[in-house]
Ligand binder design. Structure first.
Ligand code: 4NP
Length: 148
């Protein structure tokens, strides 16, 4: 799960997908295309909306997306078109490029919609982001683990 800072959107996506895949062997992680918040916990507003929904994301630590992530992961879900462009730039070949997907295309295929960056807004933005990611992760979890 990849966003810009790895403190608002992608930590939520990581927490939600892990929760939905709880008995699976799948490794879920998140990262940011920028390193401004490296080592920090998620934004307090992301921690709060996750907690309200029974998910603890408070132990996560922000890190930067690395080219080696293409070796580790089969799917790389990005939160918006800017992150999509920046992650694609790091891909070393067509196979790696094909791993990168806009997360909301899981719900609205080919619409190329962004999960809006809630950082400069209020709590309502975080609630909307949570709902979008919850819906997208339902679809992703069913694809990864059809029997869950
Ligand atoms: P995120 O949100 O990409 O969802 O983690 C942001 C967090 C921090 C900043 C921008 C977006 N920032 O500019 O510091």
């Amino acid at each position: 799960m990849v966003c810009l800072g790895n403190i608002c959107r992608s930590p939520l996506a990581e927490g939600i997908l892990k929760y939905k895949l709880n008995s699976s062997q799948t490794i879920v992680d998140s990262a940011g295309t920028a390193a401004y918040h490296q080592g920090e916990k998620p934004d307090v507003r992301s921690i709060a909306i996750a907690k309200k929904n029974g998910i603890d994301i408070s132990k996560q630590q922000a890190r930067k997306f690395l080219v080696q992530d293409f070796d580790e992961f089969d799917y790389i879900y990005v939160m918006d078109n800017l992150n999509y462009k920046n992650v694609l730039k790091l891909a070393r070949n067509e196979v790696e490029k094909s791993k990168v997907k806009l997360i909301l295309n899981e719900i609205f295929p080919d619409d190329n919609l962004d999960v809006p960056d809630p950082y400069y807004g209020g709590d309502f933005g975080f609630k909307k982001v949570y709902e979008m990611l919850d819906n997208a992760c339902d679809i992703i979890a069913k694809k990864i683990n059809p029997n869950e």
